[in-house]
Design a protein around this ligand. Structure first.
Ligand code: SAM
Length: 281
């Protein structure tokens, strides 16, 4: 069986009992970098004896030659565990081509739960999380990044992106330009580590805070709040508010009201609970 095994994104104590167990008992660990994987096993006090588990390099970009031996090993009944340098494999990390190939070859695949930096950041950000859009890495090139931000600017869902510490100030400046200085953002830095930090607020303020630092270090997730309803939407909200009043009068739960209103009206789902609070107060 192929097991997709997340590993900690900073704090080694975040390893779970199941993750430790599959790493310990694997025949083969497929990893981005065998040296880093070896070190991780050492730090987790997982001993390798007689070269087992074996460490095989796997990387989506050079995957063609690497998939076949892994599929063959699975066919021989070996257990293969896929890890990445940190967090969950396949999420902005190599792996999905391997999962596809294994499934196509009729091999069993399972995925263990574990940390994804994007989700950790979103849950700690306080931004609406009932729906979100995951962008992966924003482009390094400024024109391309601005293009992506323009495409994302109007989304009525929180946008979550990975960003390099070297470019985050530049990226925030682009968010100010494209989304306006008041758009709320969260820069989540060094999650689960000693210097963990969340900077939350209007993007101009967060930009100014980071721009005045000598340098920005560590790993970063950037969350951008959903676009707010335009003025044109006020009419839609008036209708939705009336519906909320009626539905509330019928004794329906907030959850049911939210589901009905989001089906019937073109209003952002992320704002319906707040609206219910306001209307029924
Ligand atoms: N597969 C990983 C996951 O599940 O989150 C993501 C791998 S991606 C190559 C690495 C990026 O994830 C970093 O550049 C950073 O944007 C984000 N990241 C990873 N660990 C982080 C942490 N501890 N704090 C903040 N961001 C982190």
């Amino acid at each position: 069986m192929l097991v997709i095994c997340p590993t900690p994104i900073g704090n080694l104590d975040d390893i779970t009992a199941r993750q430790r167990q599959v790493l310990k008992t694997a025949d083969i660990i497929a990893c981005e970098d065998t040296r880093r994987a070896g070190k991780l096993l050492e730090r987790l006090a997982i001993e390798r004896s007689q070269g087992r588990p074996r460490l095989w390099r796997y990387d989506d970009h050079t995957a063609r030659g690497q998939v076949e031996p892994i599929v063959e090993a699975l066919k021989e009944g070996k257990s293969v565990v896929l890890i990445s340098d940190a967090g969950t494999p396949t999420i902005s990390d190599p792996g999905y081509r391997l999962v596809r190939a294994c499934r196509q070859a009729g091999q069993e695949v399972t995925a263990l739960p574990g940390p994804v930096a994007a989700v950790v950041a979103l849950s700690g950000s306080g931004l609406a999380s009932d729906r979100f859009y995951f962008e992966g890495f924003l482009p390094g090139n400024r024109a391309e990044r601005q293009g992506r931000l323009m495409a994302l600017e109007g989304l009525r869902t929180t946008v979550v992106a990975y960003e390099s510490p070297r470019r985050v100030v530049e990226a925030l400046r682009d968010v100010v330009e494209v989304c306006g200085e008041e758009r709320e953002v969260c820069v989540a830095r060094e999650l689960t580590k000693v210097h963990e930090e969340y900077l939350v607020g209007g993007v101009k303020k967060v930009y100014e805070e980071l721009a005045k630092r000598e340098s920005v270090r560590g790993e970063i997730v950037l969350c951008i709040a959903a676009a707010q309803a335009e003025e044109d939407d006020e009419e839609e909200w008036k209708e939705a508010d009336r519906a909320i009043e009626v539905l509330h009068g019928q004794g329906l739960s907030a959850r049911t009201i939210k589901d009905i209103v989001s089906e019937l009206y073109d209003v952002p789902r992320s704002q319906i609970y707040d609206r219910i609070d306001t209307v029924i107060r």
